[in-house]
Design a protein. Structure first.
Length: 277
């Protein structure tokens, strides 16, 4: 298998950057309260992001734990797995069932976040690379026709041009008439591409339930207009939170605990009015 080109590596690096950013945003928006000290809320959210599910249970030696799990054989009438195998990367493994464990889902659809986040990251990275290309060609690209013996001289001249040199010196015998230059004008599209990027970025934030302001060209939005445009944000946030709250309720009922979960942001939506926390 051949080595990946620098362009391909740049694309992969940019895409991974966006995955990491959105991953961090996802982790930072959920706050678990009153989990036992033996639990790890950060690891819980990591499992939900990548796996779409996690499991909470009590171990006689380690205490309360939250871990990844696989589904065993058999489902109840609501298609919940009866047998569950909790496991960790250190080879810890235990068989559980619906009577001694609680499944926590990432959202009401019981899906992970990484698949869609990777899709958004790929689109954002592609637009970034196109913006870079469009900005780069604004230096005015040229197609140059010259004699073979002039090629080295032309290469040297354009290296100085590409380096923004204020003064380009040629050899005394340089013949300008022997060179034909075709100018290729490329329209500047970076602004339009950035607008598209902003819309896709906002779509990703909406999917995570994070409030954002839709891009409106030549228009100022007042607070009420912004709030009315947050319907998708609220719905997606509810999907994530209801799944976690149902799990917290089941944990509290099964183990007599007081686990809570909340969405953390600088403001919430309350009756159509913006409320600062």
């Amino acid at each position: 298998m051949g080595k990946k080109s620098n362009v391909a590596l740049d694309n992969m690096f940019t895409q991974q950057q966006y995955i990491d950013i959105l991953y961090n945003l996802s982790l930072s928006t959920i706050k678990w309260k009153n989990l036992p000290d033996t639990c790890c809320p950060l690891y819980l959210e990591k499992c939900l992001f990548y796996e779409g599910k996690a499991i909470f249970f009590y171990d006689d030696i380690l205490g309360f734990l939250n871990m990844k799990f696989t589904m065993g054989g058999g489902f109840d009438i609501y298609k919940e797995p009866i047998i569950r195998y909790a496991f960790a990367d250190n080879d810890f493994r235990v068989e559980l069932d619906k009577h001694n464990s609680v499944i926590i889902y990432n959202n009401l659809a019981k899906t992970n976040s990484i698949i869609l986040i990777r899709n958004y990251a790929q689109k954002l990275a592609l637009i970034d690379r196109i913006i870079d290309t469009n900005i780069n060609v604004q230096k005015t690209p040229f197609i140059v026709e010259a004699e073979q013996n002039e090629r080295a001289t032309i290469d040297a001249l354009f290296k100085k041009y590409d380096g923004n040199s204020p003064l380009i010196v040629t050899n005394k015998g340089f013949k300008q008439d022997s060179i034909k230059i075709m100018n290729i004008d490329t329209p500047f599209k970076a602004n339009e591409l950035y607008e598209l990027k902003t819309k896709i970025w906002n779509e990703a934030l909406t999917y995570l339930g994070i409030s954002n302001i839709s891009y409106e060209k030549n228009e100022r939005l007042i607070t009420d207009e912004v709030l009315r445009g947050q319907g998708g944000v609220v719905a997606m946030r509810q999907s994530r939170m209801l799944a976690r709250q149902m799990a917290a309720n089941n944990i509290n009922e099964m183990y007599n605990l007081n686990v809570e979960v909340e969405f953390t942001e600088d403001y919430n939506f309350n009756g159509g009015e913006r409320t600062i926390e």
